[in-house]
Design a protein around this ligand. Structure first.
Ligand SMILES: [Zn+2]
Ligand SMILES: [Zn+2]
Length: 431
């Protein structure tokens, strides 16, 4: 493998994904480029879109009109070099995501690797010192920015696809490269897991770039992801004249406001940490009208599934209670979720041994605490329940701002060692 050449190619790939970011469930352009790239490499076992998704388990997907707009934009933004991209998009059946399988034809383990491909719903900074602005690969899509590094994850996944197919004859078993839509808001992994994309895996691996781990470091086992439920609460009341007949109104604005304050007063749990956040609230139509509707975007998290279940159950009770106080109706719609899953210590040890031998990293950390939630945990849990082993790793990269901030940028030079590390790990597991 010509690593030097691949290092440059990763930067080109990453910058292209960075310039055309796509939000959860609309990653049609990225999926088309991934499919086209894998196809060109010789990956003949490609499954696209709905083939990898259980539609009943999908959370937080935009409405069909928005999907239409996004498919159109994706096609318009495809590069000329991706001539088969539009055909691939048509084959996706309105759902993004790609799974490429490398079948070695020899008996051996099934190894699944997951790469998330979506961006964050945030504006990228216009500050001239921000490298994407300086070097002309800043986001051209309004309110969307690869501010979590999933552009790098996608590039790393493609780089790995290239390195693995070059040495296919040396490998055994089956390697599944899973390019997952909708990690942000924990929306995509559950539907892929329910469709069975990781079923039968002996090993499951995923990694994140950055997350507080500096360049030159690699963390073998990131654990303690918080279990979470993301949800919208829609309150429906009745509009009325604010002066002429307020008694005939049912005030959805007050119901939602009462719920917002009370949600933040849910009692903590003695067995571990938990979080509640109401992040957005909108209500009403006009100054002199009793508000007949309100929509709240909120999330709950817990250190364990039990604590997460407790806080989500209490949140539903609070919302329904507040709705009842004002004689309104509340509907709660799940928009995303993640569970907890711990990496397997035995796998971390095995991986650690080969990574240490490689000299790729100046510092190798064993355990690092996770900072948020991660829906790859659904895939990890499924694999572990079926007797396989799973690991969630961190590829160190200096970052210019916190994740999800419009000034976020990564150290692009870190990507190549991410590919090399995964290449070595697959080697070890599939030899
Ligand atoms: Zn993120
Ligand atoms: Zn992320």
């Amino acid at each position: 493998m010509d690593w030097k050449h691949l290092e440059l190619e990763l930067i080109v790939l990453r910058r292209d994904f960075h310039k055309y970011p796509e939000s959860a469930w609309t990653e049609f352009r990225a999926s088309a480029i991934i499919a086209s790239y894998l196809n060109r490499l010789g990956y003949r076992q490609l499954s696209l879109g709905l083939d990898n998704i259980d539609p009943q388990s999908v959370m937080g997907r935009p409405d069909e009109a928005e999907i239409d707009r996004q498919i159109e934009r994706a096609k318009a933004q495809l590069p000329e070099s991706c001539a088969d991209g539009a055909d691939f998009i048509d084959k996706m059946q309105r759902y993004p995501g790609v799974v490429g399988v490398l079948n070695t034809g020899k008996d051996g383990p099934v190894i699944s690797l997951r790469f998330d491909i979506d961006c964050v719903d945030v504006n990228e900074t216009v500050l001239p010192e921000h490298r994407p602005n300086k070097e002309c690969f800043a986001s051209v899509n309004a309110r969307l920015d690869h501010a979590c590094g999933h552009d790098a994850h996608t590039a790393i996944g493609l780089g790995l696809a290239k390195s693995l197919i070059e040495k296919k004859d040396e490998l055994r078993g089956e390697i599944r490269l899973i390019f997952q839509p909708g990690e942000e808001g924990c929306r995509g992994a559950y539907a892929m897991t329910q469709k069975g994309v990781v079923d039968g895996s002996d090993y499951f691996l995923s990694l994140h770039i950055g997350t507080g781990v500096p360049s030159g470091s690699f963390a073998l086992n990131s654990h303690g992801h918080l279990c979470t439920t993301k949800f919208d609460a829609c309150f429906t009341g009745r509009a009325a004249h604010a002066a002429g007949a307020p008694q005939e109104g049912k005030n959805a604005l007050l119901a939602a406001a009462t719920a917002a304050i009370s949600l933040h007063a849910i009692a903590p749990h003695s067995e571990g940490s938990m979080r509640v956040n109401v992040g957005a609230l909108s209500a009403g139509t006009g100054r002199n009208v009793i508000a007949d509707h309100a929509v709240m975007k909120a999330e709950t998290r817990g250190e364990t599934q039990d604590i997460a279940d407790y806080v989500y159950k209490r949140a539903c009770e609070v919302i329904n209670g507040a709705a009842a106080m004002y004689e309104t109706e509340a509907e709660i719609i799940k928009m995303g979720s993640a569970t907890d899953a711990d990496g397997d210590a035995a796998l971390a040890e095995r991986v650690g041994a080969v990574i240490r031998k490689s000299d790729l990293f100046g510092s190798i950390l064993n355990d690092v605490p996770a900072t948020g939630s991660e829906d790859a945990t659904w895939m990890m849990r499924r694999v572990q329940e079926q007797g396989g082993q799973a690991l969630y790793m961190v590829l160190g990269s200096d970052i210019t701002a916190p994740h999800h901030n419009g000034s976020f940028d990564i150290d692009e030079n870190a990507m190549i060692n991410g590919v090399r590390a995964l290449d070595i790990i697959v080697d070890e597991l599939a030899k």
